[in-house]
Structures are given as structure tokens and as C-alpha cells.
Ligand binder design. Structure first.
Ligand code: NAP
Length: 294
């Protein structure tokens, strides 16, 4: 039986990957920083190691007893934790799957539409604010030269109910919450900006396929559809019986969600194609409508 260590296992993505792996009879261990979750995880058949991703000795020892690591614990921007995992895995030929995020494709478009669709073989020229995220991805990919089977997955806007402890994603729940406070669906600027998206279970299935089939040094973008933020706001208005969706200015986005959330999470474009995953890994996502999950 293959042994997999998952960080962020109490989170939305990590918890759902864990469930998919357990269903396929993998042995799953979670790195958990909050002891309060241990009993619930263990009742689901998940082994636990208590600790923080910023403890190098702990990571070294956790990594030594598994065949693969899937790192999701607030992973996308944390170079410290990545460095620790790569140090711990160096020379082991073990698998390291790293979760990034598709804000790397974003511009400061302030609600205007962009038609550009990114693919893995297009060179990225990220804005300054996302440059370190891209450097982290490249560092992980290059660790294939340190005898690590490294794989990067770049999820777009993930929706749907998680299968682990945390059921909710990030962007859509935050927009619903904010819209309910305002009394109307909310978009920023023209709201014509578009994000690719995908369902959490399709994403988790992609991790399982990547674990089983991907070549070391591979990056996969993950999407199965897209929507403008204005469309999402209109659906929120209808589903939550709020007033018609309205535009707010970008500063309100920044004030509420911080600059990364405001400019990139809600007012940029983040569009890509996951054809590489479909072709190389035979990934067959089944959900394609964010509208049904708002
Ligand atoms: N959800 C999306 O739509 C989406 C899309 C693209 C990329 N991503 C990226 O994917 C990653 C995971 O996202 P998510 O939606 O699963 O997030 P999430 O539900 O907020 O989960 C984050 C997880 O990380 C754990 N964690 C954070 N800091 C930690 C630390 N210092 N030590 C140990 N564990 C720590 C949390 O543990 P606690 O339970 O103890 O807090 C939790 O299990 C993030 O990097 C996110 O940016 C997410």
C-alpha cells in the first residue's frame, strides 16, 4: 500500500484529496497543527502527525516514512515550507505534489475582460505581486534534478462541497458573504473579468491521477469551465434573494479582501486550459457548471 503525507488535510483541498486516496486504499497521513482535529481525522481512517509546516525536523521525519507528499497547507506563497520539503525529499526519488494557484495569470485588470488563455507551455511573465509564486513553482519543478518526482498543480477557482472537514472553498463563499452584507450581488468595475473554474472532486481526482501517472517535473493547470465575476454576482443575487447585482469600485475589493484578494482574486482574469491534464493523465472532469454550486 502506498503511503501519502498530506499537509492542509483539515482544509478544503487537502481533505478532499485525502478522501479520494482513502477510497483507493492509499494509506493517508495528515500533518495537523491543531490537535482538536485529530480524533475526527483518525475516525475517517487518516493517521496524524501533529505539527507545523514550519518545523524542519518534523517535516524531515514525517517525509521519511511515506512514499509521497501532497502539500496544500497555505502552500502557494510559502517559500519557507517548500524549501523545507525539498530539503527533506532531496535524493529520495519520492513524489512531491505541490498546490499553487492561478492568480499567477492575473493582471491588475480591475474588472475588464482579457481574452488570453494560458497553457503550460506559454512562458509566464507574472506581475511583480505574483512573481514569487511563479518562482516557487519553478523551484519545485526544478527539484526533479535533486531526485524528487516533483509535480505542480495550479487550481483555478474551485467550487463545490469539500469531502473533508472543511466543506467550503475561498472565493465564492467570500463573495456570498460580502454580498449578503451589502444586500446585493457584488462585482468590481465592469465585472467582465473571467476566471476559469472547476469542481473540488474533479480537482481531487486530478491529484490522484498525477500521483499515479505524472512525469517528474510536470506542471498542470486545472480548470473545466469559466465564468465572469458579474455572472457569479448575478447568480448570487438570485439564489440568495438579494437585490440585483451591482458594481463596486476596486478600492472596496481591496478594503474587504486585501490587495491580493481585491486585485487578483476578484478583479483580475485567470484563464487557462487544462488540456494537458486531459491528454497526458486521461483526466475526465465531470462537472462544468459553477452556476449549480453557488
Ligand atoms: N480553494 C481554492 O479555490 C484554491 C484555488 C487555487 C489555489 N488554492 C490554494 O490551495 C491551497 C489550499 O487551499 P484550501 O482552499 O484547501 O485552503 P484551506 O481550506 O484554507 O486550508 C488550508 C489548510 O492549511 C493548513 N495550514 C495553514 N497553515 C499551516 C501551518 N503553518 N502548518 C500546518 N498547517 C497549516 C490549515 O490548517 P488549520 O485547519 O489548522 O487552519 C488548513 O488545513 C492554498 O495555497 C490556496 O491558495 C486554493
Amino acid at each position: 500500500m502506498k503511503k501519502v503525507l498530506i499537509t492542509g488535510i483539515t482544509g478544503y483541498i487537502g481533505g478532499t484529496i485525502a478522501k479520494k486516496l482513502l477510497d483507493k486504499n492509499y494509506e493517508v497521513t495528515g500533518l495537523v497543527r491543531n490537535e482538536a482535529h485529530v480524533q475526527e481525522l483518525e475516525s475517517l481512517g487518516i493517521k496524524t502527525i501533529i505539527g507545523n509546516i514550519h518545523n524542519e525536523d518534523l517535516i524531515k521525519s514525517a517525509v521519511s516514512s511515506v512514499d509521497a507528499v501532497i502539500h496544500n497547507a497555505d502552500s502557494a506563497d510559502d517559500a519557507y515550507a517548500v524549501d523545507s520539503f525539498i530539503k527533506a525529499l532531496e535524493g529520495s526519488y519520492k513524489t512531491f505534489i505541490f498546490t499553487s494557484g492561478s492568480a499567477i495569470f492575473g493582471g491588475k485588470e480591475n474588472g475588464k475582460k482579457s481574452d488570453f488563455i494560458f497553457r503550460e507551455d506559454f512562458p509566464l511573465q507574472p506581475r511583480l505581486e505574483m512573481a514569487s509564486r511563479v518562482m516557487i513553482n519553478n523551484y519545485v519543478l526544478q527539484s526533479v534534478n535533486k531526485s524528487i518526482r516533483s509535480i505542480v498543480i495550479v487550481p483555478t477557482m474551485v467550487y463545490g462541497e469539500g469531502l473533508g472537514i472543511k466543506k467550503d472553498s475561498i472565493q465564492v463563499p467570500a463573495l456570498i458573504n460580502f454580498s449578503q452584507k451589502k444586500g446585493h450581488g457584488v462585482y468590481f468595475g465592469d465585472g467582465e473579468n473571467i476566471w476559469s473554474n472547476l469542481h473540488i472532486e474533479d480537482l481531487a481526482n486530478l491529484y490522484v491521477l498525477a500521483l499515479e501517472k505524472a512525469k517528474g517535473g510536470s506542471i498542470y493547470y486545472a480548470e473545466n469551465g469559466s465564468s465572469s465575476l458579474k455572472n457569479i454576482a448575478e447568480i448570487i443575487s438570485k439564489k440568495y434573494n438579494l437585490k440585483s447585482a451591482q458594481s463596486l469600485n476596486i478600492q472596496e475589493a481591496v478594503d474587504n479582501f486585501g490587495p491580493a484578494g481585491g486585485y487578483f482574486g476578484f478583479a483580475s482574469n485567470s484563464r487557462c486550459s487544462a488540456d494537458k491534464a486531459r491528454t497526458e493523465l486521461d483526466w475526465k472532469p465531470i462537472y462544468n457548471s459553477i452556476e449549480n454550486f453557488i
